[in-house]
Write a protein that binds this ligand. Structure first.
Ligand code: PLP
Length: 366
């Protein structure tokens, strides 16, 4: 299974932009110059054309099917990445005097918190900072003010490699989740959420697209000074076309959604993700060189940080792994160490190649 068609076999463990399924790339390649007999590339189809409207509607329908999404949710395909939603969420949902409640489980939670603070009062109901983010929060670590505008959390922390083992129960307070690095990795009960958003470049498609799923009753509440391009009402009314949407990325996302359906849907996808993660964590836990510090109940299925505790050795590992076709294993620049991102598109064989390499490296260094 090749990551780049025609290239030597490599496995890309980048946290994002991440590898895409080769089948998806091959379809895109075959349709690159002539989409469906139109004589045009998807890249140069008008976003108002029948062909493109068909592509967008098909992508949305497949996403709805994959997530068993209830009808009272809108799907938005937008530019601006997940980070744009760090602002959009408070601008759309924060009442004038209601606090917004955040759970802090790591790097991306903190980014969301910092942005929300620009727009109003933010309460941090719980934080796993004390554990150096080697855990997510458990349900008795926090209490939610029933008068809050919303509760925001990050179910999977891409950099810290932790994930929640439960859906926070927020009562009547709308629950908002940044699912950038875990969306579509397992089934999710959308009805528990007010807003779900995810940057595409981890588990959905190429960069340049953010998918926002928003419950009907949360559309139409934006502050008067909310920029038009962040206003859920404007965006929903205009079918994500308040400006030119990221057309090619939406097309690619649709191909990925179809691929996920062909994989058997999210139950089956989860089984494969669990098997991949287990293989990798087992080898790391049995290693005499490397370790992963995240508590076992909060270990991410998608992002697996590990380290020898020696930055020189870690760097040597990342470098020799890359020379052997295992790319982008260096940790995030804020954290150091190593990290393997094993999203949906990473095949089991890629994780096998990684664990073989870990064992070989270890035998040469211990
Ligand atoms: C990657 C990531 C982001 C940032 O996404 P952009 O699309 O680059 O803005 C935000 N949150 C999480 C959880 C991420 O993994």
């Amino acid at each position: 299974m090749v990551a780049a068609v025609g290239a030597e076999q490599i496995y890309n463990f980048c946290s994002g932009p991440a590898m895409l399924p080769p089948e998806v790339m091959l379809t895109a390649q075959a349709e690159m110059l002539d989409y469906n007999g139109s004589g045009m590339s998807v890249m140069s189809l008008s976003h108002r054309s029948e062909e493109f409207l068909g592509i967008q509607a098909d992508a949305e329908a497949r996403l709805r099917q994959l997530l068993s999404m209830p009808d009272n949710y809108r799907v938005l395909f937008l530019q601006g990445g997940a980070s744009s939603q760090f602002a959009a969420v408070p601008l759309n949902l924060m009442g004038s005097d209601q606090p917004a409640v955040y759970l802090d489980s790591g790097y991306w939670s903190q980014k969301a918190i910092a942005e929300a603070r620009r727009y109003g009062r933010v309460v941090i109901a719980g934080s796993s900072a004390e554990s150096q983010y080697c855990s997510a929060l458990s349900s008795n670590d926090y209490q939610i003010d029933p008068g809050a505008a919303y509760l925001h959390y990050t179910p999977n922390e891409t950099i810290d490699g932790n994930c929640f083992d439960h859906i926070p129960s927020a009562g009547c307070v709308p629950l908002v989740a940044d699912m950038s690095s875990c969306i579509l990795s397992e089934p999710v009960d959308v009805s528990e959420y007010g807003v779900i958003y995810a940057g595409a470049q981890k588990n959905i498609g190429p960069a340049g697209l953010v998918v926002v799923i928003v419950r009907d009753d949360l559309v139409g509440r934006a502050r008067a000074d909310c920029p038009r391009l962040l206003n859920y009402q404007t965006l929903a009314e205009q079918n994500s076309m308040a400006n030119t949407p990221p057309t090619f990325a939406i097309y690619m996302a649709g191909l990925v959604f179809r691929w996920l359906q062909e994989q058997g849907g999210l139950q089956d996808v989860k089984k494969r993700n669990v098997a991949k993660a287990q293989l990798l964590y087992d080898v790391i836990d049995n290693s005499r060189l490397f370790s992963n510090q995240v508590v076992s109940s909060n270990r991410s299925l998608m992002n697996v940080p590990f380290s020898s505790g020696n930055s020189v050795l870690d760097a040597e590992f990342a470098q020799t792994a890359a020379a052997n076709g295992l790319k982008n294993l260096q940790g995030h620049r804020s954290k150091g160490g190593l990290r393997a991102s094993i999203y949906n598109a990473m095949p089991y064989s890629g994780v096998e190649a990684l664990v073989n390499f870990i064992e070989k490296f270890e035998s040469q260094h211990v």
